[in-house]
Design a protein around this ligand. Structure first.
Ligand SMILES: *Cc1c(COP(=O)(O)O)cnc(C)c1O
Length: 330
């Protein structure tokens, strides 16, 4: 469906100029308190500050801005209601490209409203996100149909996410541990290829929630598996990796050093910490790396640590609740 899945240092460098037109080179913020806890310098890579609130703008920019004039005329299509859909809609709108998002019948009204405001065409139907995704694939599968923008199976998108890793090596050339939120592995695979090309001895660690960690289960099984979905604060980490994943699965299996799982309370503690200590709103997925360090589930080797804080789009009632708690690290 997506050709050969080549994610290489060269493919990541090649898309960087496109990514730089839409994404910020986000800051690496020094975190003294967390650094004292783990006895090494800790930097937070603040992808929550990106346009549309997550790193997904990188892959969307690489893919959509890289289309030929003929492909742009056909428009783009995807099935994500979350950060990937927002990022694709944003880049497409800036370039005057039509974007269609396929949704199931049970997507909440608030999400639909937000996507409508961003100017996308919505294609609503079917009872699950998997069905919506199958519709997107079917619509894209015509000679003149829209171009599919897949968040983890498209090597151009994953190469775009890898630009986050290039920035990390420039901002912290001594990085010895890089901690990355993990769902389908687009961010982790791209970041791993980029970081290891420049810092071969750096350790790359993926972090997922305890329940429904599909990549973790797949690595253990030795092949992509499916799991039921569970409710979680890290809702951006839900979803499958595809049964035929030749893109991110082999990279995570062969190059990533470890995958750590974190409980819901520990994710909440990560969010509360970011809010109290840094006055930053992080969604559950964005705070999961902090949660892994605070809880002691992840003990980095000595040497500088980088924690990718992947997104900001938390529900405000959840954030308000966490603001009532004390700082979990003080
Ligand atoms: C998509 C997303 C992730 C997970 O990215 P994958 O490439 O699917 O592993 C993590 N955090 C946030 C905020 C996201 O939107």
């Amino acid at each position: 469906m997506h050709g050969t899945a080549a994610i290489t240092p060269a493919s990541i460098k090649a898309v960087r100029p496109l990514v730089d037109r839409f994404a910020h080179r986000t800051p690496l913020r020094d975190d003294e308190l967390l650094g004292r806890r783990v006895d090494s310098p800790v930097g937070l890579k603040l992808e929550n500050l990106q346009p549309t609130g997550s790193f997904k703008i990188r892959g969307a920019a690489a893919k959509v801005a890289g289309l030929s004039p003929d492909q742009r005329r056909r428009g783009v299509i995807t099935a994500s209601t979350g950060n990937h859909g927002r990022a694709v809609a944003h880049v497409a709108r800036s370039l005057g490209v039509d974007a269609t998002i396929c949704l199931s019948d049970n997507v909440p009204a608030g999400k639909i409203e937000l996507l409508e405001r961003m100017g996308c065409r919505l294609d609503i139907g079917g009872s699950s996100q998997d069905e919506a995704f199958d519709r997107a694939i079917a619509l894209a599968d015509h000679p003149d149909g829209p171009i599919l923008v897949h968040s983890i199976l498209d090597p151009v998108v994953v190469s775009g996410q890898g630009t986050c890793g290039l920035e990390i090596t420039e901002q912290q050339p001594g990085a010895s541990t890089v901690i990355v939120p993990l769902s389908g592995g687009g961010l982790l695979a791209g970041t791993t290829v980029a970081v290891k090309s420049r810092l071969p001895s750096a350790r790359l660690i993926g972090v997922s929630m305890e329940q429904g960690a599909v990549m973790h289960a797949s690595i253990q099984a030795g092949r992509p598996v499916r799991l039921p979905e569970f409710e979680t604060l890290a809702d951006s980490l839900q979803g499958g990796i595809g049964t035929d994943n030749a893109t991110t699965f082999p990279i995570v299996r062969d190059l990533v050093d470890d995958i750590v799982l974190v409980s819901e309370d520990e994710i909440a503690a990560g969010m509360a910490y970011a809010l109290h200590e840094h006055r930053l709103i992080l969604e559950g997925a964005g705070a999961i790396g902090i949660g892994a360090l605070l809880s002691g589930r992840l003990r980095p080797d000595s040497g500088p640590v980088v924690v990718v804080c992947s997104g900001a789009n938390a529900e405000l009632d959840v954030v308000a609740g966490l603001a009532q708690r004390p700082n979990p690290a003080r």
